[in-house]
Design a protein around this ligand. Structure first.
Ligand SMILES: [Fe+2]
Length: 384
């Protein structure tokens, strides 16, 4: 009954419209002499890169740019970025973009001080030394990578997602500027936004949830469920602001309470069909939640209430059902696939996915119901 808790966040988190202008001051405070910005072509083409390079130039800081990060980054991309970082003797790393760029940045920094190949760091706390200083500047409102100690890569040969989870890759400075998300296309707003929602939801019901993360999670759920639709629909600065704030909160919940079954089952689906992480979550979302709802009907009702659903009068069980339906409707409103048949998945692969998902014990162990291999396979089957 008396929980102990430990909260892990970057040393500094800057949030707000225009907060990206802090980048040069923070780079100097972190002692950067030669900054490496790690990003993707979309960020360069959209002009967002200059929101970072202009202040760095004004501040007299030298920088290199690696702009070849692809969605769901591969081991090879990391190796290329790491080689350039070492050749240029970079001493401060800025991840600018979505989860892919930020995750790559975390490991490029780690490889500056840790010997080994990326494969050696998969799993929990296998990065033994902190890397060189890092700053994360998110341009989406969803992954939470700017405040998380996780980095996800795709092993293209094995067609598997591999995760590094280590306190030593949590960044030094996170900058969350809603203005950087204003040109996000609707489908990215939807996929990253639902990812943020699920971070808050899974953290709220997780084994490792605590009173602090619970409070943050419910506010994240309130913000995201109220602003995802308007942000998806078009230019709405208030919705973008609320999505960025909700996403930051979701990331803090993810980093401290952890994710669970929904993330575990989404990994093989994302790898098999090359779906963005956010898009891979919803097809198995509802059935995963229904499977574990018995663990905490009142908490599921609280989620529905935070979403503004009129379920006060319902007892916990029907309220939880209504809350899950409400979450699926939220995803439908932003045109995300909500069943495996929506993505034309192949039912004959269920056992293979179940094996992969059941191997994610870091996540299943944090899920409030113990799930067997058979339970996991059944969730996949019911998700068609
Ligand atoms: Fe996620």
């Amino acid at each position: 009954m008396f929980k102990t808790l430990c909260l892990r966040t970057p040393s500094w988190i800057h949030f707000g419209m225009g907060s990206v202008s802090k980048v040069a001051t923070e780079a100097k405070r972190l002692g950067g002499k030669h900054v490496m910005i790690i990003t993707d072509q979309g960020i360069v083409n959209s002009g967002l890169l200059t929101r970072v390079t202009d202040p760095l130039e004004s501040g007299g800081l030298e920088y290199s740019v690696f702009d070849q990060v692809e969605p769901e980054p591969s081991l090879q991309t990391l190796q290329e970025a790491s080689k350039i970082a070492k050749e240029n003797k970079c001493d401060l790393f800025i991840g600018l973009g979505g989860g892919s760029s930020m995750d790559t940045t975390k490991m490029v920094s780690a490889l500056m001080t840790n010997d080994g190949r990326l494969q050696d760091f998969f799993g929990v706390d296998n990065v033994k030394k902190r890397g060189l200083p890092t700053m994360m500047i998110t341009t989406t409102s969803g992954t939470g990578s700017e405040v998380s100690r996780m980095a996800v890569f795709t092993d293209k040969k094995a067609n598997l997602k591999k995760v590094v989870s280590a306190q030593n890759i949590l960044c030094d400075v996170a900058i969350v500027d809603p203005e950087l998300t204003e040109s996000l296309p609707p489908h990215v707003t939807a996929a990253t936004g639902i990812d943020a929602f699920i971070h808050a939801l899974e953290g709220y019901i997780a084994v490792n949830s605590n009173p602090v993360t619970d409070t943050i999670a419910l506010e994240a759920i309130r913000l995201i469920s109220g602003s995802l639709g308007p942000a998806f629909a078009g230019k709405d600065r208030e919705a973008r602001y609320n999505m960025s704030l909700g996403s930051l909160m979701g990331g803090i919940v993810l980093n401290n309470a952890g994710a669970g079954v929904i993330h575990a089952l989404a990994y093989p689906i994302g790898a098999e069909y090359h779906l963005s992480h956010g898009k891979a979550l919803m097809p198995i979302f509802a059935e995963s939640l229904r499977e574990i709802a018995v663990s905490n009907f009142p908490k599921l009702k609280n989620i529905g209430l935070a979403m503004g659903l009129k379920i006060e009068h319902l007892s916990p069980l029907p309220a939880a059902d209504a809350a899950i339906d409400g979450m699926v409707q939220l995803a439908n409103r932003v045109k995300l696939p909500t069943a495996l048949s929506d993505i034309k998945a192949d039912k004959s692969k269920v056992q293979e996915w179940a094996q992969a998902a059941h191997g994610e014990q870091r996540l299943l162990g944090n899920t409030p119901v113990k799930l067997t291999l058979d339970d996991v396979a059944k969730i996949f089957e019911r998700s068609f």
